[in-house]
Ligand binder design. Structure first.
Ligand code: GDD
Ligand code: MN
Length: 402
């Protein structure tokens, strides 16, 4: 093998010592018969079993590196650590417990090599794939529900798989990834903008030794993770939902202010106060929450732009509802429905104005460029200058294969 391997296989482990000899032997048997120069990186979270000794022994025969993490625990971050250390042009990630057939590793790499795919999944749910017969109903339902919840992110049949392949060149700056729990594959697929996903059928076997670390906490983490990925893929949907929620809260503020001030101020002034208070309330919450990412500062200018946007919305709502009642037969007897349509149209237009004109992304650049130079420089360097912890890892020497 020349100094850069074609393939890096990353295996996260926690208390998998018993599985390692068979995994490593079968993996290297598979890649050598396919003539793929391979390095193996095992990322272990200080399991406290015989992992270190077994890896030391195996590294005499196979090009294997063990990284022991002592500062962090978790599957996703362990995989990320492996990705950082990988040298191969292609990367395969798999479990240590032999659930994922090592024999299929070359097949996962092939579509990347031929250019047929940007991301390859070792899939249980395509034709020819299967899961161990004694999979519990609970585990099956769980896996299916989890897959269904991700439909808006990928059409892959088995996006939850921990057995996948990606080109190293596709990896985005790993410090921008934010996976939690188990679904690092899904994270990479979405964040690295992988367009073509190919699924290679595999049989997912039950583990022989040890037990699964998948538990209820993981399901909760998964929901959080999904929310983030959806927000990344469809930023406006989430933002619009926040905008609508702020709008509803503004309505409450309006009515409460109106009611409280009516006796003292009289109808006209109390109504004006209600509307004005709600508009100010909405401005502030939209600035702080809905469009927080733009870094827009509180200013008279943006406040007036916001009021103008609201006013345009109000005029539009008024004309739409009156127009519908006058022109469309179905709405003639349904003024509330017409008003509702008017409100929805206004909300969308109002949102668009806020997004493009009131709290535009442009303002982020302005904020950064007004920061003192030293701070800008430091934050630019930070992701690449993560402190090195010398005693955080035991890296066994990689042996060159014959
Ligand atoms: N370093 C590290 N740290 N490794 C871990 C940790 C951890 O905290 N937790 C689990 N692992 C390793 C295990 O040692 C194993 O190699 C692999 O991650 C998968 O863990 P399992 O506990 O065997 O997971 P599973 O069988 O329940 O889940 C598998 O199937 C799921 C789909 O049903 C995994 O492949 C998941 O990624 C997959 O989503
Ligand atoms: Mn497993």
């Amino acid at each position: 093998m020349n100094s850069t391997p074609d393939l890096t296989v990353v295996v996260p482990t926690y208390q998998e010592a018993e599985n390692l000899p068979e995994l490593v032997t079968r993996l290297f048997a598979a890649v050598s018969s396919a003539q793929v120069a391979t390095e193996l990186i095992i990322v272990d979270d200080n399991s406290g079993d015989a992992t270190v000794e077994i890896c030391e022994e195996l590294s005499r025969t196979f090009p294997l590196r063990l990284i022991t993490r002592t500062d962090e625990r978790g599957l996703a971050t362990a995989v990320m650590r492996g990705l950082e250390e990988a040298c191969g042009r292609y990367i395969v990630v798999m479990d240590a417990d032999l659930s994922h057939p090592p024999m299929s590793v070359p097949a996962l790499m092939a579509p990347l090599e031929s250019g047929a795919a940007d991301f390859v999944i070792g899939s249980r749910y395509v034709h020819g794939g299967s899961v161990a017969e004694d999979w519990s109903l609970w585990r099956f339902v769980n896996s299916k529900v989890a897959t269904f919840l991700a439909v808006g992110l990928t059409t892959a049949k088995d996006p939850m798989a921990g057995f996948f392949a990606i080109r190293r060149s596709s990896l985005v700056d790993l410090s921008t990834l934010n996976p939690c729990g188990y679904k690092i594959g899904l994270e990479l697929m979405v964040r690295c903008g992988c367009k073509t996903v190919v699924e290679v059928p595999i049989h997912f076997a039950d583990r022989k030794h040890g037990e699964s670390k998948l538990n209820l906490r993981e399901q909760w983490l998964y929901i959080q993770h999904l929310t983030r990925l959806y927000a990344f893929r469809y930023p406006d949907v989430l933002r619009f939902a926040k905008f609508a929620a702020v709008g509803v809260s503004g309505l409450v503020v309006d009515l409460m202010t109106f009611r409280a001030s009516l006796p003292g101020l009289g109808l006209a002034a109390a109504r004006a106060l209600g509307i004005g208070t709600a508009m100010t309330w909405n401005y502030e919450w939209n600035r702080r929450v809905t469009f927080a990412g733009t870094g827009e500062q509180r200013s008279v200018g943006s406040y007036l732009r916001f009021c103008t946007a609201c006013l345009s919305g109000a005029v539009l709502s008024w004309t739409t509802s009156l127009g519908l009642m006058n022109v469309v037969d179905a709405f003639q007897q349904r003024p509330v429905a017409a008003a509702l349509v008017g409100t929805c149209v206004a909300a969308v237009v109002n949102y668009a104005l806020c997004r493009i004109w009131v709290f535009s992304e442009r303002s982020q650049e302005t904020v950064e460029s007004t920061l003192p130079e030293a701070i800008v420089a430091e934050s630019a360097i930070l992701p690449f200058e993560a402190p090195v912890q010398p005693d955080d890892q035991v890296v066994l020497p990689a042996r060159k294969a014959a």
